[in-house]
Design a protein around this ligand. Structure first.
Ligand SMILES: [Zn+2]
Length: 346
């Protein structure tokens, strides 16, 4: 069976499964959930952070009992849904990819911290496969045991492309994630665990399928050129394609620096959040990241806030003053200075 045919088969299976999911019991809103929706106005906050590299110095800090998320804990943990990009594999097995300069694996002891501060982790990146498919599969089992959600990766191609749907206050939010930075060898296949790769037609198909199961869809991308402060034409084209296909916001990372922000059809595109927990960089741009907080309702993004993180030598992020951040709320033509200057974004 060639790759294209296997992918077509997998798409057909995905379509069948998503049709089944729509008629699955428990999908309807219960009276209790409806009451919760009206009490809270049906609003949900989601916090996104960029690369979490929990090997190297952060791994040693965790082994000593330190929590690299502690300085940011209140800003992360106050969100209804907390999401990060797990830029390493969590495993005890596997061998580093001999073709790569950097291979990142962290000990399962990191899971307790991830569990404390996160609800869901994006796996579609260029490091989650660093120690091979067996280590990746071990990580999936560990995440499941720790009741951590994940997306953009899975035990096979169909599950890597399936959305993670998280429900809060009666709102169902679908998260998808794709990598488009090489190596492509980490990609899942019909019989191999791995990550989701962003082929345009597949991305459109996945977003449409996710929309049938959820109220809102947010892709979390791993893309762009490292150390470039502006998104490249491919990122801009794909972000537009995803919004045209039904995404409510697009969030991204991988360049190890933050990039520009756009609104397209009123929907935010945050091209790169930069690093979050990462050591080994010696300049300010690489040691600056963003916590991106979205306020959502059934119609989409109500507002957003950016809190700036300054990363120290140990790879630990510290919040900069809120005035250094940005915010935006529905109806604004451009973002405002200061993370706390938009009342609707909070
Ligand atoms: Zn990366």
């Amino acid at each position: 069976m060639n790759g294209t045919f296997r992918r077509c088969l997998s798409i057909a299976l995905g379509l069948f499964l998503s049709a089944l999911a729509q008629i699955a019991p428990g999908a309807e809103t219960t009276p209790a959930a409806a009451a919760a929706t009206s009490a809270s106005g049906g609003r949900v906050s989601v916090a996104f952070v960029g690369d979490l590299m929990l090997a190297e110095t952060p791994g040693r800090e965790i082994a000593r009992g330190r929590d690299p998320f502690a300085p940011f804990a209140s800003l992360i943990d106050s969100a209804d849904i907390r999401v990060g990009n797990l830029e390493c594999v969590v495993a005890t097995i596997g061998k580093p990819d001999p073709k790569k300069i950097y291979s990142f694996r962290t000990h399962p002891r990191a899971l307790k911290l991830l569990q404390r501060h996160f609800d869901a982790l994006a796996l579609a990146n260029n490091h989650s496969g660093d120690f091979g498919p067996e280590a990746f599969a071990q990580m999936l089992g560990l995440l499941e045991r720790h009741q951590l959600g994940w997306f953009g990766g899975g035990s096979d191609l169909a599950s890597a492309h399936a959305p993670l749907i998280v429900e809060r206050n009666g709102l169902r939010i679908a998260f998808l994630s794709y990598n488009e930075y090489f190596p492509r060898s980490f990609e899942a296949d019909v019989d191999r665990p791995g990550i989701a790769w962003s082929e345009d037609e597949q991305v459109k198909f996945d977003i449409a399928a996710a929309r049938r199961q959820a109220d809102l869809v947010i892709p979390f991308m791993h893309w762009g050129w490292e150390n470039e402060r502006l998104a490249n034409p491919r990122q801009r084209q794909l972000a537009r394609l995803m919004i045209d296909a039904g995404a409510d916001a697009v969030v991204g990372g991988h360049p190890h620096v933050t990039q520009d922000i756009e609104h397209y059809r009123g929907k935010p595109i945050i091209y790169s959040l930069g690093n979050f927990v990462f050591d080994g960089y010696d300049n300010e741009a690489n040691n600056t990241g963003w916590l991106f907080r979205l306020q959502l309702d059934r119609a989409g993004v109500v507002g957003w806030q950016i809190f700036v993180a300054r990363i120290d030598r140990r790879g630990t992020p510290h919040p900069a003053p809120a005035e250094e951040g940005l915010c935006w709320q529905r109806g604004d033509a451009t973002p405002r200075a200061g993370a706390l200057s938009c009342s609707d974004a909070m």
